[in-house]
Design a protein around this ligand. Structure first.
Ligand SMILES: [Zn+2]
Length: 323
């Protein structure tokens, strides 16, 4: 049973909005594009593992995707946690392209791509640390943790996995996502003691879901050229900014495309970059809408909540605004 689903990360949404509205001639744009590309690849890798995990019989397990649990002044993150009556299993997914060379002796993962060598943190070590943090978290809540297991899923089907020192731990714990159905059963043979009832598993899941804090980075700390970010509503067809609202619809002067709801995406971008509130005046400036009554109508067309009277009204994204 999937107890916690994976959501499209807010961090990626924020980066998408920033990249969309970054001044194209600013050299720093490439840095944000690179980060967005990396985060999207990671998310894609997680989704690939989810897909293969959904194919196996998981009726006796509880699966929790994407946990971020506060511990002391930081957080520990788990891509996928599987609770079974006998053991807990942590799976970290990596979507690295290229040739991946595992060198556990020095806790290194070397990636070679287009003749460039890069060092990544040892993902097996990462999952071990996650396991010990999870145990400490459970202990703090007076729960004795069952044995934990950890795996590293390589989701990029094109990457080449190498284990030059024939390390047993690497061949045991690193696998291709498509192979997950064959990776889990051996753990049932290794851990045979029934330790968690269905209720115990539910209780742990609830505890973790309650403690979970999703990552919402603050664009204010990202050194953005706020005064140069592109404003206006974007054409959904040719991506030109500054399309014009007239007679109940947006019209693009570049390509002629018409849209009734192009302001939705623009308002999403605004909330993601500037924070989750907007006044009617800010809305008019950002959307380049002159008329207060048009702005009012457009604001009313979206699932927003608001505070205050008509004049000083502040609008906030409603519960399902980003869905
Ligand atoms: Zn257009």
């Amino acid at each position: 049973m999937i107890e916690k689903t994976r959501e499209y990360p807010k961090e990626i949404m924020i980066l998408e909005a920033i990249v969309r509205r970054f001044p194209p001639d600013d050299f720093k744009k490439a840095e944000f594009e690179k980060k967005l590309y990396r985060k999207r690849a990671g998310y894609k890798g997680e989704r690939t593992l989810d897909y293969f995990l959904e194919q196996i019989d998981h009726s006796e397990m509880l699966i929790l995707h994407d946990l971020r649990i506060p511990v002391n002044s930081t957080h520990f993150q788990i891509d996928t946690l599987i609770l079974t009556p006998y053991f807990l299993l942590i799976i970290d997914s990596k979507n690295y392209a290229g040739t991946l060379i595992f060198l556990p002796e020095f806790n290194q993962l070397i990636r070679v791509q287009n003749d460039i060598e890069e060092v990544f943190p040892d993902p097996i070590l990462q999952t071990k640390i996650q396991a010990s943090q999870l145990k400490a978290f459970l202990k703090k809540h007076h729960i004795t943790s069952p044995p934990t297991e950890n795996l590293v899923a390589i989701s990029n089907a094109q990457s080449i996995i190498k284990n030059p020192t024939n390390d047993k731990e690497v061949s045991y714990r690193v696998f291709r996502s498509s192979n997950v159905a064959f990776k889990i059963p051996p753990f049932y043979q290794k851990h045979t003691q029934f330790l968690l009832s269905k209720n115990d598993m539910k209780k742990i899941a609830r505890l973790l879901i309650k403690a979970h804090e999703s990552l919402v980075p603050d664009p204010k700390s990202m050194n953005l050229p706020f005064d140069k970010l592109i404003t206006g509503v974007q054409c959904p067809a040719c991506e030109t900014f500054g399309i014009v609202y007239h007679q109940g619809k947006w019209t693009c002067k570049s390509c002629g495309q018409k849209s009734k709801d192009a302001h939705f995406q623009a308002l999403k971008d605004y909330f993601l970059i500037y924070g989750p509130s907007i006044t009617s005046k800010q809305f008019r400036e950002f959307m380049k809408v002159g008329s207060p009554s048009t702005a009012k109508r457009l604001l009313a067309s979206m699932s927003l909540t608001f505070d205050g009277t008509t004049k000083g009204r502040i609008y906030f994204p409603g519960k399902s605004f980003f869905d």
